[in-house]
Design a protein around this ligand. Structure first.
Ligand SMILES: *[C@@H]1O[C@H](CO)[C@@H](O)[C@H](O)[C@H]1NC(C)=O
Ligand SMILES: *[C@@H]1O[C@H](CO)[C@@H](O)[C@H](O)[C@H]1NC(C)=O
Ligand SMILES: *[C@@H]1O[C@H](CO)[C@@H](O)[C@H](O)[C@H]1NC(C)=O
Ligand SMILES: *[C@@H]1O[C@H](CO)[C@@H](O)[C@H](O)[C@H]1NC(C)=O
Ligand SMILES: *[C@@H]1O[C@H](CO)[C@@H](O)[C@H](O)[C@H]1NC(C)=O
Ligand SMILES: *[C@@H]1O[C@H](CO)[C@@H](O)[C@H](O)[C@H]1NC(C)=O
Length: 334
């Protein structure tokens, strides 16, 4: 190659063009079978390669990639039609890259049910009108400042949504209304101070809701309307002081309630109405509670009751709690 006088540059150029992604990444084979049909797929971990949109090697054409991890690279986008030869990728991770938006045009070549992870990028807006098959979507630690109702309108199969660490502040009434199959929603550390309307009204399949590390100062009955299958509610580390009576009545499936690290001083006697049949774990540590007997008297199925670091002065009447195994009272005034 006569024109290639500057040898090193030339070598770099040739190398960049021919990098084989399989031999450059950690990979292993996965053997699958369905009835009489057997096939082999590849798990590819290409994390931490400093790859950019321009230097990202092409995907292999001689095998089926099932999982592709591209975490900790420098990707701000993907090459055009990057997945045209690999439409069966089921799990894709792009944690800690430089995406400003989700490369929807490229991703729409994928047509299987997908786990998609864009944690730790700079995404502030999404459209996602064509990626219908996403089952789990991680958008934690991005740059969202509000959630528009349209964001999640085209993800009918979504079961797990993580939005931790974005500055969302307020949830609009209809943001999540079309996510009728959602099972797990995580909104930890999102600066939420208010839940106007009935934000979770259509989430009848939801089993886990994490609202920890926010700025909620009160709970209203309307907040949890529609969550009839919720099993685990996490309200740890908010500023909750006031709770409307019978606020949890719709949560007949709840087994675990965390309200630790809030500003609770008084719990009215009807605060836990509706939770009698199922509630097993109740965390109230690090509040300002002095007396809770009336509030918990109906919770006959509690296994764990944590009251540590409250100014409580006597052990609560546990006469009805025949299942109680763990009672935390360290740091109280008992
Ligand atoms: C596919 O081709 C790559 C080279 O591009 C090679 O390393 C790999 O072994 C091949 N895999 C199969 C299953 O043939
Ligand atoms: C898909 O495969 C064809 C044929 O091997 C190849 O020419 C093309 O560059 C591949 N596309 C991508 C995006 O890798
Ligand atoms: C997925 O891709 C395969 C082959 O590429 C195609 O036959 C099938 O119809 C596609 N499925 C959907 C739901 O688009
Ligand atoms: C709420 O869910 C029901 C079915 O469970 C559905 O018919 C309705 O369209 C949903 N509402 C919205 C706004 O998507
Ligand atoms: C929220 O939706 C409910 C019905 O689902 C409606 O009654 C209420 O007025 C709405 N609130 C707001 C603030 O839009
Ligand atoms: C046990 O529960 C019943 C009904 O919830 C209540 O009336 C009663 O006072 C409770 N007993 C004790 C010892 O707390």
């Amino acid at each position: 190659m006569h024109w290639c006088r500057i040898g090193v540059l030339c070598l770099l150029f040739v190398a960049a063009q021919s990098v084989d992604i399989v031999t450059n990444c950690n990979s292993h084979h996965i053997y699958r079978s369905y009835g009489n049909h057997h096939w082999e797929a590849v798990f590819l971990d290409c994390s931490g390669h400093w790859w950019t949109k321009e230097s990202l090697p092409a995907l292999p054409v001689n095998c089926t990639v099932e999982t592709l991890l591209l975490n900790n690279n420098h990707l701000s986008g993907l090459p055009a039609s990057y997945f045209e030869n690999q439409t069966d990728i089921g799990k894709l991770e792009f944690e800690s890259n430089r995406f400003l938006e989700i490369p929807e045009d490229t991703l729409q070549d994928l047509n299987v049910t997908m786990d998609l992870n864009f944690k730790g990028n700079d995404v502030r807006d999404i459209k996602l009108k064509n990626i219908l098959a996403v089952k789990s979507l991680n958008l934690a630690d991005n740059k969202f400042e509000a959630l528009k109702p349209s964001y999640f309108n085209n993800l009918p199969f979504l079961e797990v949504l993580t939005l931790d660490g974005n500055q969302i502040k307020v949830i609009e009434n209809d943001t999540f209304q079309s996510l009728v199959l959602l099972k797990s929603l995580s909104l930890s550390g999102t600066h939420i101070y208010e839940l106007p309307g009935h934000p979770f009204a259509n989430l009848s399949k939801l089993t886990n809701l994490d609202l920890s590390n926010n700025m909620l100062s009160g709970l209203q009955k309307s907040d949890f309307v529609g969550l009839r299958n919720l099993e685990k509610l996490i309200l740890t580390n908010n500023r909750i002081k006031s709770i409307e009576s019978a606020v949890f009545t719709e949560l007949a499936s709840l087994t675990s309630l965390r309200m630790d690290r809030n500003d609770l001083e008084v719990l009215e006697s009807d605060v836990f109405v509706g939770l009698e049949a199922k509630l097993q774990h109740l965390h109230l540590q690090y509040n300002w509670l002095i007396e809770i007997d009336d509030a918990i008297s109906g919770l006959a199925n509690l296994i764990r009751l944590v009251l540590t670091y409250n100014p409580i002065v006597r052990i609560p009447n546990a006469g009805n709690m025949t299942s109680l195994i763990i009672l935390g009272v360290t740091g109280t005034r008992i």
